[in-house]
Design a protein. Sequence first.
Length: 64
Amino acid sequence: MILLYMLAAYAAVGLVAALAFVIVGVTQVQPMPVTVGARILLLPGAFALWPYVVVRWLKSRGRR
């Protein structure tokens, strides 16, 4: 049961991080403008790989 709760927590944090990244962060990580279609395509990957996405996002904020 604990494993199921951990999986649910990982998914919840991933959803929040992916939405935040797609709405705000993608323009900070890459300098080019991003269309709505590209943001929709980025959402599943950002959801699945949210720890990596958050680390890259924080590193890109530190460079500016």
